[in-house]
Design a protein around this ligand. Structure first.
Ligand SMILES: Cc1cc2nc3c(=O)[nH]c(=O)nc-3n(C[C@H](O)[C@H](O)[C@H](O)COP(=O)(O)OP(=O)(O)OC[C@H]3O[C@@H](n4cnc5c(N)ncnc54)[C@H](O)[C@@H]3O)c2cc1C
Ligand code: SF4
Length: 338
């Protein structure tokens, strides 16, 4: 057992006040990741600040034609929100590909962004791990690395970010809104999660004393031609080996704008704007999609057990883009289960 304080925040300012000057404190929302990590002794917070009752739940229109999603909106409510289903179905699809209905009822939007890697060694406190214990080493590089990164990894860490929702948010170009002691800060989604470099202990660029209050979506939702494709060991209730969020705007038989982001392959949701630019102006056909896949995977590097992910990602990109172009998004097995 570890001892920790527990406080329930009554307002955003109250939550920020409770965490200021307490480096060992953590916010708790749905608790679906943090409690597991505490039970495994990976996280040892000295204070838990319960934010679950804050008025940050819901989806509203923004002045610029987009949507603002409150950080405490449960993943299930977000997936089935009519505005999301109609205007941003790629986000709905990605959410429903994640976890189980029960977990999605508890999991919050803000917490989903900050869920930690599923690397086996990170969870096993009997082993070294640079992310959990900086400077101790990375046993995954020469160990069990089937689920690990093929893009953007470093000599310090080869972990992947496990979220589905974040892959769709990366493709959509969302913005994270956070409040800290210095006031409100807006962070472009591409700058929110970090590559491991020599600081794998830092998953994101959010400061420890900042509270995520909302995620904002731009006006464009790519609702006509999109697909979220998740490849995993089981059809449900498993993290992605590779996932692809593909969105196209097609006009006059050619691609006007493309969005392409991958999950399960890197320390952050991997959006590739060079591949997107290469698709612009092209006829949406297999040749264009194969070339885009080559661009995305130009720096891919396999380890002893995960090299298969490179070819898997290539095929998943081509399939997702083909489905998006055809207007036949991936149907999730549990789409009707709430
Ligand atoms: C068995 C299992 C299977 C799963 N499968 C999938 C899957 O397939 N795909 C997928 O995407 N996810 C999956 N998940 C992960 C799940 O989606 C996350 O655990 C969940 O989204 C986290 O949200 P939460 O509100 O429970 O976060 P919590 O556990 O409460 O918090 C997680 C972290 O976020 C911080 N935090 C929470 N809210 C805020 C905030 N507003 N501001 C600042 N910090 C905050 C906490 O301090 C903590 O560090 C799975 C989880 C489990 C347990
Ligand atoms: S891959 Fe990262 S999380 Fe996994 S053992 Fe290595 S340092 Fe730790």
């Amino acid at each position: 057992m570890i001892n920790f304080d527990y406080v329930r925040a009554t307002a955003v300012a109250d939550a920020v006040r409770h965490i200021a000057g307490h480096p060992g404190a953590k916010f708790i929302a749905g608790g679906t990741n943090l409690i597991d990590l505490m039970k495994e002794d990976v996280e040892r917070p000295t204070r838990l600040i319960d934010i679950s009752r804050l008025a940050l739940n819901g989806v509203e229109q923004t002045g610029s034609g987009g949507l603002r999603i409150g950080a405490l909106t449960p993943n299930s409510d977000l997936a089935y929100n009519p505005l999301i289903e109609e205007r941003y179905p790629i986000l709905s699809s990605a959410l429903l590909a994640g976890a189980s209905p029960q977990l999605r009822n508890m999991a919050s939007t803000g917490g989903n962004l900050l869920q930690r890697t599923r690397c086996h060694y990170f969870y096993d406190t009997a082993t070294p791990c640079n992310k959990r214990n900086p400077g101790s080493g990375c046993p995954a590089i020469h160990g069990l690395n089937r689920i690990h990164a093929i893009l953007g990894a470093s000599d310090s860490c080869v972990a992947t970010h496990p979220s589905d929702m974040c892959v769709a948010l990366a493709a959509l170009g969302a913005t994270v809104v956070a409040v800290g002691p210095g006031g409100e800060r807006r962070i472009a989604f591409s700058d929110f999660h970090r590559l491991p470099g020599d600081r794998p202990d830092r998953d994101t660029n959010l400061n420890a004393d900042e509270l995520i209050t909302a995620i904002e979506l731009p006006a464009k939702g790519f609702s006509k031609n999109y697909t979220y494709l998740k490849i995993r060991d089981r059809l449900s209730y498993a993290f992605a080996l590779v996932s692809v969020a593909a969105a196209l705007e097609i006009e006059g038989g050619a691609i006007k704008e493309a969005r392409l982001a991958l999950g399960g392959v890197a320390h952050k949701p991997w959006r590739d704007e060079t591949a997107e630019a290469a698709l612009a102006g092209r006829v949406p056909d297999e040749a264009a999609f194969r070339q885009a896949a080559d661009v995305v995977l130009r720096g891919a590097k396999g380890l002893a057990h995960n090299a298969f992910k490179i070819e898997l990602a290539r095929r998943a990109i081509v399939r997702a883009l083909t489905q998006a172009a055809n207007g036949t998004p991936q149907i999730q097995a549990d789409k009707t289960i709430r």
